[in-house]
Design a protein around this ligand. Structure first.
Ligand code: ADP
Ligand code: MG
Length: 233
């Protein structure tokens, strides 16, 4: 599903340059649940943003579902992004003046799906994350855990090939974090490919494989015995 080879990325700042990713190699098969773990500043978000086509590498190859991701124009990149990828962020990134249902339906609007179909599909996904009853509430009326569930539904609604989550539990208390990870595990159990960036070892243990990133290189890549999130609640 994902193949990257010898990926490099530097940030230029004036005459200085910060070499953040220093030759990353890995691949992810369909259906995997992978944690990318490392301390703050190790390059996790930089890597995820490149995988998510929000940023481009300086060097190296990236193939997503058989398609080489290189030198795409903005329109093509945006199309692939909408079709292939779902994003979940630490800060939820919901639109405050739109209801839970409208937030979830938004990616379908960009796909030009008719309104009625959009709403039906969004409601189905809200139901899957246990929030059907909350569909007409605004984000400000939801708890942190509920907001992240809405964000998960929004990431899923366009049926992406890969879900990318950057510190999705970073703004949540432990119990709520584990509930959100339970949802991630259930979505993965349905066959979805998911990458979770985290600096928290307990969250990483809830995945099936942990890729350890340190100072821009992979120092360890291990399959783990998955801890069921609900065992912790
Ligand atoms: P992580 O997500 O693991 O905390 P990041 O990928 O966000 O790490 O950052 C890796 C390094 O790159 C850090 O030193 C950070 O300060 C730097 N960095 C991240 N984004 C930028 C940017 N847009 N411009 C300059 N430096 C950046
Ligand atoms: Mg980060």
């Amino acid at each position: 599903m994902i193949e990257i080879k010898d990926l490099h990325k530097s940030y230029k700042m004036g005459s200085n340059s910060l070499h953040v990713l220093k030759g990353i190699n890995f691949s992810v098969e369909e259906g995997e649940l992978v944690a990318i773990m490392g301390s703050s500043g190790s390059g996790k978000s930089t890597l995820l943003n490149i995988l998510g086509m929000l940023d481009e590498a300086d060097e190296g190859d990236y193939v997503l579902d058989g398609i080489p991701i290189k030198n795409l124009n903005e329109t093509k990149a945006a199309n692939y992004r909408n079709k292939f990828l779902g994003f979940i962020f630490q800060s939820f990134n919901l639109i405050n003046y739109k209801t839970a249902l409208e937030n979830v339906a938004l990616p379908l609007y960009y796909q030009k799906m008719p309104r009625k179909q959009r709403q039906e599909k969004a409601l189905k996904y809200l139901d899957q994350v246990g929030l059907k009853e909350w569909s007409h509430h605004l984000p400000s009326e939801l708890s942190g855990g509920q907001k992240q569930r809405v964000a998960v539904a929004r990431a899923m609604v366009a049926e992406p090939k890969v879900l990318l989550a950057d510190e999705l539990t970073g703004a949540l208390d432990s119990k709520t974090s584990y509930e959100v990870m339970d949802l991630i595990q259930k979505i993965n159990d349905q066959g979805n490919t998911i990458l979770v960036v985290t600096h928290e070892p307990d969250i990483a243990q809830m995945c099936k494989r942990i890729v350890h990133l340190k100072d821009g290189v992979i120092v360890k890549d291990e399959k783990v015995k998955q801890v069921k999130a609900l065992a912790n609640v």
